[in-house]
Write a protein that binds this ligand. Structure first.
Ligand code: PFF
Length: 461
């Protein structure tokens, strides 16, 4: 992947760089999965949807739907070694429009990036707020006021978002192996350790037991169809699947990479980070009197409260938000990769120009989300602000629909023989039974399950 690609050359002939080592593959894939989804979205959705019941559905959706779809996506990308549109064109029979999944994925990427970049913007702003120490308090009124002051200021919201977009664009121009691998490899373990430390402190708080019960003791009456859809949408969002991101990353995978093992490890590590975030946050929510259903603000208002109780809390909070920004950067880079590679390989734009065009589009699209808590707070579509709408449509409609089509494509069009051959690295791995089981799920279970949850959750049946 570099600037030297001649314009207009067919995708298959373009020189592509890949991940250089097996560990690099794991780190970069994990870098896409782990992000604000773990630290921001998982806790707030769990809080808003009743706790443990939501968690249970999310875990089931991850295991039964997410993992097989993730394997399928990576596999397709590695087989065709191209962007999602070209991949599906290459693997599907002539004249069947499966490449439209790639187009929908690109739209999904823009939609997610529009609101994701704004949440990253809040994280960047919080690095500086933490440095100044103004948010270090266990008083809900203080931390809520600080967060509201940030999001209700249109200028700050926009400027931070532009800063994030320029930052991400800059990294992307450097290319896949250098930019993504180096960053994620070094800093992810530190975030993990810091979360462990936070959990230890949170568990020593007065109402830790209440927080843990909320997180782990399911109340089945709280699982409605729309809760199930939100949980399934989160499973897709978390694993970066349903829209071509994992397909794009799959195209950089080495031919000897064990895809089922990599996907399984990524899923486990990703779940661990989310659990740690939950365990760090909910005891504090109950101890300090925050509302579990506080919505997107939840992490930003509770985390400062936890740090306020820890020795050297201010410094550690700075480190926490820096590392969260790093995790979010890895995820954003992977999201950007989808439109950038499509523009590069399909339209022949040099990578730099494709990146700049994507950033420019996001400046406009993202503004709607950035201003959703200020200038555009009253502008609602279907009762949602543009921020909420982008989140809802991408996670609950585009990603699951992408999942259905991908599963149907693999299960009914690509077929068992090709799937099994690809999953075994063309006979190198002996995973025949696993291949049969995953194929069965993709063919019969995932599409039906996703469709039913989607239609019920959207109140269409
Ligand atoms: N998985 C990322 C997170 O949890 O923060 C978000 C994400 C990245 C979603 C890439 C979708 C995607 F294609």
């Amino acid at each position: 992947m570099n600037e030297k690609s001649p314009m207009g050359q067919p995708a298959a002939e373009l020189p592509r760089a890949g991940f250089s080592s097996g560990f690099g593959v794991l780190a970069a894939t994990l870098g896409s999965a782990v992000g604000l989804g773990n630290i921001w979205k998982f806790p707030y959705l769990t809080g808003a949807n009743g706790g443990a019941g939501f968690l249970l559905v999310y875990l089931l959706a991850t295991l039964v739907i997410g993992l097989p779809v993730m394997m399928a996506e990576i596999l397709l990308g590695r087989e065709a070694k191209a962007n999602p549109i070209s991949t599906l064109q290459a693997l599907a029979p002539k004249r069947q429009p499966w490449w439209l999944i790639g187009v929908a994925g690109m739209l999904g990427a823009f939609l997610i990036l529009s609101f994701y970049s704004e949440v990253v913007a809040w994280v960047f702003a919080y690095v500086f707020k933490a440095l100044r120490g103004s948010i270090l308090s266990s008083d809900p009124r203080v931390t809520e006021a600080a967060f509201n002051a940030l999001i209700s200021d249109p200028l700050q919201s926009l400027l931070w978002q532009w800063g994030v977009l320029v930052f991400i664009g800059g990294i992307l121009v450097l290319g896949v192996t250098k930019g993504i691998e180096a960053l994620t490899k070094k800093l992810m373990p530190i975030l993990f350790l810091l979360l462990l430390l936070l959990c230890a402190f949170s568990l020593s708080l007065d109402k830790a037991a209440e927080g843990l019960a909320f997180l782990f003791k399911p109340d089945f009456s709280k699982i409605s169809a729309s809760v199930a859809l939100t949980a399934m949408g989160l499973a897709f969002f978390k694993l970066s699947i349903g829209m071509g991101t994992m397909m794009t990353y799959g195209s950089y995978f080495r031919d000897d990479q064990n895809i089922p093992v990599t996907a399984f490890r990524v899923m486990c590590a990703d779940l661990c980070v989310s659990m740690l975030a939950g365990i760090a946050i909910f005891p504090a929510v109950f101890t300090f009197g925050f509302a579990p259903a506080a919505g997107p603000a939840l992490v930003f208002i509770t985390i400062p409260a936890v740090f306020s109780q820890i020795p050297m809390g201010q410094g550690l909070m700075v480190v926490f938000f820096v590392l969260t920004a790093v995790a979010a950067t890895g995820a954003m880079l992977s999201l950007m990769e989808v439109p950038v590679v499509i523009l590069h390989e399909r339209l022949g734009l040099p990578r730099t120009r494709a990146t700049l065009l994507t950033i420019l589009l996001l400046v406009f699209l993202g503004a709607g989300c950035a201003l959703s808590n200020s200038a555009l707070a009253d502008f609602k579509v279907l009762g949602m602000t543009l921020f909420d709408l982008s989140d809802f449509v991408s996670s609950n409609i585009i990603l699951p629909a992408g999942g259905i089509f991908l599963a149907v494509f693999v299960g009914w069009v690509w077929g068992m023989d090709k799937f099994r051959l690809a999953l075994s690295n063309h006979g190198q791995l002996h995973n025949e039974k696993l291949a049969r089981a995953v194929f069965f799920v993709l063919r019969y279970v995932s599409p039906v399950l996703i469709l039913v949850v989607m239609l019920k959750g959207l109140n269409l049946i």
